[in-house]
Design a protein around this ligand. Structure first.
Ligand code: ZN
Ligand code: ZN
Length: 338
């Protein structure tokens, strides 16, 4: 006869950071992005039935969002809590512990989000600088991610615009990030970390632009007339075609020829970084006429290039937005073109 009850429950408090944010991780295998959400909002605003991943938009019930560290923490607490009970059982019982229990009935963990034991780990100054904070325009839920996030975890509102603006701001903080890294790491490590950061931000800028362009396009009264394939806005020539059909304007009319060429080259570089491990191929050379590289060489992304890339994307989207908001000033744009 077992002395163990059929169901045990316990309260485990998950530590939050110094600002009261709780770490969460997306359960979607292809995403697994970590993000933060204000613990109070997790408790009060987020619904148990549906939580949205801010990065990929995946939805799952609220008990699916533990980070790896939190799962370890839960396991450790559960073991500490229940081992004494087990010690009173016969050895056999302990051995057959898992098998003898009704499936899923052993431990029901209920969470207490009061940060009674805040973890005293100061995040890297650099990581702090890269963190983007969001407050949902619809429901006010506050959350944070390293880099761009697009969906409110609580209501799923797609905040492409906020994400885009935040991404630009974060990229412009990169010089500060470099300084923060330099203060804590040796020179080689700084170079390495910073190179990765530049490359990563190139991807984030394109992802953010893509979401923003998509969201802007959806606001058009005639958006329904077009069926655009996924990720179309990552392809500049094709999305330029789409804009021309929808609003009669091409990207080429929003930038100088030189700017347009540079922007296309940056997009191609992002493609190489994301899909070819940064190794230049003939296709890249043909598409960009970038003769700085031979096939087989690896791209070198500089801080000044990311800044330029950011400026170009901002210029493009500002014009695009103005055009879509019905403040189309064809005359002025034509003057720019000439
Ligand atoms: Zn996700
Ligand atoms: Zn929301």
């Amino acid at each position: 006869m077992s002395l163990l009850p059929d169901t045990l429950s316990m309260q485990v408090s998950i530590p939050t950071d110094d600002d009261g944010y709780l770490d969460r991780a997306c359960p979607n295998e292809v995403c697994e992005a970590e993000f933060k959400i204000l613990a109070d909002d997790w408790k009060d605003k987020v619904r148990d039935e549906e939580v949205f991943c801010p990065i990929c938009g995946h939805t799952a019930t609220s008990d699916n969002w533990f980070t790896v560290e939190q799962m370890e923490h839960l396991k450790a607490v559960a073991m500490a809590e229940f081992m004494p009970l087990l010690d009173n059982e016969m050895n056999r019982m302990a051995r057959d512990f898992n098998r003898s229990m009704p499936k899923g009935g052993l431990i029901s963990v209920s969470m207490n989000y009061k940060p009674s034991h805040p973890v005293a780990v100061m995040p890297l100054a650099a990581a702090g600088l890269m963190r983007q904070r969001y407050a949902c325009e619809e429901c006010g839920c506050q959350y944070a991610a390293i880099g761009a996030a697009f969906f409110c975890p609580s209501c799923g509102h797609n905040s492409a615009k906020t994400a885009f603006v935040e991404t630009l701001a974060t990229i412009r903080r990169l010089p500060e990030v470099r300084a923060a890294l330099a203060a804590g790491l040796d020179r080689d490590a700084v170079e390495n970390a910073f190179r990765l950061m530049l490359e990563e931000n190139m991807g984030k800028l394109v992802a953010s632009f893509q979401r923003f362009a998509e969201a802007t396009f959806e606001t058009l009264p005639n958006a329904g007339d077009f069926s655009s394939r996924r990720n179309l806005f990552q392809n500049l020539p094709q999305s330029s075609d789409l804009w021309e059909q929808a609003i009669g304007l091409r990207y080429e009319s929003m930038l100088t020829p030189n700017e347009w060429n540079q922007l296309q080259r940056f997009f191609q570089q992002r493609h190489i970084l994301a899909h070819k491990d940064g190794i230049v191929d003939e296709e890249y050379r043909q598409k960009t006429s970038d003769l700085k590289y031979q096939s087989g060489q690896r791209l070198v992304i500089r801080e000044s290039e990311i800044v330029r890339f950011t400026d170009l994307v901002e210029k493009l989207t500002t014009t695009l937005q103005r055009a879509c908001a019905g403040e189309k000033d064809d005359k002025r744009i034509n003057e720019h073109r000439g």
